[in-house]
Design a protein around this ligand. Structure first.
Ligand SMILES: Cc1ncc(COP(=O)(O)O)c(C=O)c1O
Length: 373
């Protein structure tokens, strides 16, 4: 069925095909719905795709970030530095362990953490850094790794939006530190809900496998628990979908790249700042297509006018430190992070997914032009 000129254009859509359906049906028919063979198969494919020795599938990206706080030994009284221009889970994971999130400001072009701001935010209580590859654009790892080494901090990579991205010629996930992935249906690939942590350390991997499975030890029976753990397992139905998705990941990423390229071309002459282009060190994996509006433009008005024309959009991303629960709990307020706050006020996601039709993209850009006029 082809879309009519008046159909609503949604923000995102997963790419599910017959192979995915077959793989999920296989699991359903096997009756082995959890802790079966699909999990390890999915993990092996994912590890291979990101160039990491180990992958532990978990129930969400948030769960993966939380487990990484346990890996880093984060606890009450500690501080964890991260970006405010991210999804709340990047900071919530620290709070789950009784630590305080500390936000460093970002670079206005990459929207990722500014390494100098990270270094300036370090105190004797800083335990870890959660670096985010926002919108699939790799953060500045050489500098961030050096800072973490200098100050004895654990580095966790929130690569939930960046599956397939590359930093300095190597895929994210292959740089040694733990990296967290997320597979909610708006992501490059999906397992419904789901996530994973990849790492180069066997010891970290064993701990992750235990923590996600209620703290069971490799040697323990089902009702023996060696440590405080969680039920953060990924079920086999989700893992089976993940297998189908990783199998076609290259095609998905290529299609998303083409959709982004079309937007880049269509937006020439429209008064918005397009996403930063790749360079020799940074190859983005396209997660969302976010534009920055000129200062002073009424973004809510633009979004309302897009909606009137059947085009979805979203105010990506609000600054985490200004969320109501963060203000109440930590006393954060406006003015703390000028760059992050300015980006939060001006950036906006347009409809974006692997199979967005060129004609729909033209409609989106026409609608945006009208909305800005
Ligand atoms: C940057 C970032 N971190 C963490 C997460 C959390 O992933 P999940 O929704 O699977 O818990 C997301 C997902 O939206 C994300 O975009």
């Amino acid at each position: 069925m082809t879309a009519s000129a008046t159909d609503r254009i949604n923000l995102s859509a997963p790419w599910i095909d017959e192979r995915d359906e077959e793989l999920v049906l296989e699991v359903l028919r096997s009756g082995w719905l959890s802790l079966g063979p699909a999990g390890p198969r999915f993990e092996a494919l994912l590890a291979d795709a990101v160039g990491a020795p180990y992958a532990a599938a978990v129930s969400s990206g948030t769960a993966g970030l939380h487990l990484c706080m346990r890996l880093a030994g984060v606890g009450p009284g500690d501080e964890v530095i991260t970006s405010s221009y991210s999804f709340v889970a990047s900071a919530n994971c620290a709070i789950y362990e009784g630590a305080t999130p500390v936000f460093a400001d970002i670079d206005p072009l990459t929207y990722n953490l500014d390494p100098a701001a990270v270094e300036a935010a370090i105190t004797p209580r800083t335990k870890a850094l959660v670096a985010v590859d926002i919108f699939g654009y790799p953060a500045e790892y050489d500098e961030l790794i050096a800072i973490c080494e200098r100050h004895g901090l654990a580095l966790i990579e929130d690569s939930c939006e960046a599956l397939g991205a590359q930093y300095k010629g190597r895929p994210l996930g292959s740089h040694g530190h733990p990296a967290v992935w997320a597979f909610y249906p708006n992501k490059q690939m999906t397992t419904g809900e789901g996530g994973a942590v990849t790492t180069a350390s066997e010891e970290q991997h064993e701990l992750l496998v235990s923590l996600r499975n209620q703290g069971r030890l490799e040697t323990s029976s089902w009702l023996q628990h060696g440590r405080l753990g969680y039920n953060y397992r990924l079920d086999d139905i989700s893992a089976a979908l993940g297998i189908g998705q990783v199998e076609k990941l290259d095609r998905i990423l290529e299609a998303r790249g083409q959709v982004a390229q079309r937007y880049n071309e269509l937006l020439v002459g429209v008064d918005v700042e397009p996403p930063l282009a790749d360079d020799a060190d940074h190859v983005r994996s396209w997660f969302v297509y976010v534009v920055k509006l000129p200062a002073g433009v009424d973004r809510d008005g633009v979004m309302a006018r897009l909606s009137d024309q059947g085009v979805a959009s979203a105010p990506y991303l609000p600054s985490i430190h200004l969320q109501s629960y963060m203000r109440e709990r930590f006393g954060f307020s406006e003015g703390m992070l000028p760059v992050s706050e300015d980006c939060s006020a001006r950036t906006m996601a347009l409809p974006f997914h692997a199979r967005l039709e060129p004609s729909d993209q033209e409609r989106v850009v026409d609608a945006l032009r009208n909305a800005l006029a």
